[in-house]
Design a protein around this ligand. Structure first.
Ligand code: SAM
Length: 319
C-alpha cells in the first residue's frame, strides 16, 4: 500500500504523522487516559515494550515536559520514565531507555534498580509478539508477555498504582481477568476507538494495585499456576470457563475515546480531494532505528536491484 493510500485508509496513521507521534498507538494511550484519567498524580512510570516509542512520547509530553517547564520543579522532582524494549529506539526527552527482554529476570532487575527503592505509580505495557494470525498461538504468546509484565509490576508498582496492558481477546480472556483481579481491585477491558474493530487487541486497565495478603512477589508463577487449575485455590470463585449460570462472570468492557471521533476502520478522503489543494503525504515521524525486519527489507531491496550476493549482504546487515 502506498503512503498516500495508507493516509486515506488509516486516519490515525495520518494524524500520528501530523501531530509528531512515532506510531498511531499513541492515540490508544491518549484515549485510555481520556476515559480513565491514568496520568493523575503520576510521577514514576515504566513503559514496557516501548519501541518505537509513541507511548513514551505521550508519557514525556503529558508528564515530563510540563514538569520541566514549570519553574517550581527541581531536577529531583522531575517525573521518572523508564522504557524497555528488545529493540533500541531513538531518544525521547525525559525517558530512560533499557534495551532488553521483559521475560528475562535480569531486565526486570535493571528496571527495579532505576527506581532505587522507590515504587512506580503506573506501569504500561503495549507488548506484542510478531503476530502469526493463528489466534490461539498469538493469544498464548501475548499471555506470556502479560505474565512477564505482571511479574515486573509486582516488584515495582506501589500499592494503589495502575497497570495498563495490551491483551488479545480470546477464549481465555475471563481467566486473565480473574488473574489480574487478584492483584487489582478494579479491572476493565477497554477498546480505544483508534484500535481497529477487526483486531482482537484490547487493553486491560487495572486500577488500585492491592496484592493478596501475604503475597510474595517471588511466588507469582506458582500463584498463577494454581489459578489455572480447577482444584487449585479454593476461595477463587471467578475461575473462567467452567463457571455457568449465576456464577458466570461478566468482564467490564468499555469502548473509549470520543465516540464521535475518527473511526479506525473507515477511510477518510485526503485533503487534496476535499479541499482542492495538493496533498503531500508526510514521512513517518521516527522510523524504528533497528527493526527486527531490517535484514528482510535489505534483502528485498537488493534483489529488486539485481544484487545476487545475498549471503554477503545478510552477513553484513547483522553488523
Ligand atoms: N507502545 C509502542 C509505541 O507506542 O511505539 C509500540 C509497541 S509495539 C506494538 C510492540 C513492541 O513489543 C515491539 O517494539 C517489540 O519489540 C516489543 N516486544 C515484544 N516482545 C518483547 C519482549 N519479550 N521484551 C521486550 N519487548 C518486547
Amino acid at each position: 500500500m502506498g503512503k498516500a493510500s495508507k493516509d486515506k485508509r488509516d486516519i490515525y496513521y495520518r494524524k500520528a504523522k501530523e501531530e509528531g507521534w512515532r506510531a498511531r498507538s499513541a492515540f490508544k494511550l491518549l484515549q485510555i487516559d481520556e476515559e480513565f484519567n491514568i496520568f493523575e498524580g503520576v510521577k514514576r512510570v515504566v513503559d514496557l515494550c516501548a519501541a518505537p516509542g509513541s507511548w513514551s512520547q505521550v508519557l514525556s509530553r503529558k508528564l515530563y515536559v510540563p514538569a520541566k517547564l514549570s519553574s517550581a520543579s527541581r531536577d529531583a522532582d522531575l517525573p521518572l520514565i523508564v522504557a524497555i524494549d528488545l529493540q533500541p529506539m531513538a531518544p525521547i526527552e525525559g525517558v530512560i531507555q533499557v534495551q532488553g527482554d521483559i521475560t528475562n529476570a535480569r531486565t526486570a532487575e535493571v528496571v527495579i534498580r532505576h527506581f532505587d527503592g522507590c515504587k512506580a505509580d503506573l506501569v504500561v505495557c503495549d507488548g506484542a509478539p510478531d503476530v502469526t494470525g493463528l489466534h490461539d498461538m498469538d493469544e498464548f504468546v501475548q499471555s506470556q508477555l502479560i505474565l512477564a509484565a505482571l511479574t515486573i509490576v509486582t516488584h515495582v508498582l506501589r500499592v494503589g498504582g495502575k497497570f495498563i496492558a495490551k491483551i488479545f481477546r480470546g477464549k481465555d480472556t475471563s481467566l486473565l481477568y480473574c488473574q489480574l483481579k487478584l492483584f487489582f481491585s478494579q479491572v476493565t477491558f477497554a477498546k480505544p476507538k483508534s484500535s481497529r474493530n477487526s483486531s482482537i487487541e484490547a487493553f486491560a486497565v487495572c486500577e488500585n494495585y492491592s496484592p493478596p495478603q501475604g503475597f510474595n512477589e517471588r511466588d507469582l508463577y506458582h500463584l498463577l499456576e494454581k489459578v489455572g487449575t480447577p482444584s487449585g485455590v479454593d476461595d477463587l470463585d471467578c475461575r473462567s470457563g467452567w463457571l455457568e449460570g449465576p456464577n458466570k462472570i461478566y468482564i467490564p468492557f468499555l469502548a473509549c475515546g470520543d465516540l464521535n471521533g475518527y473511526d479506525s476502520d473507515r477511510s477518510y478522503p485526503l485533503p487534496s480531494s476535499s479541499e482542492g489543494r495538493l496533498y503531500k503525504s508526510l514521512d513517518p515521524v521516527q522510523p524504528p532505528i533497528a527493526p527486527p525486519y531490517k535484514t528482510a527489507l535489505e534483502l528485498k531491496k537488493a534483489s529488486s536491484h539485481g544484487i545476487v550476493d545475498i549471503e554477503k549482504l545478510s552477513l553484513n546487515s547483522d553488523l
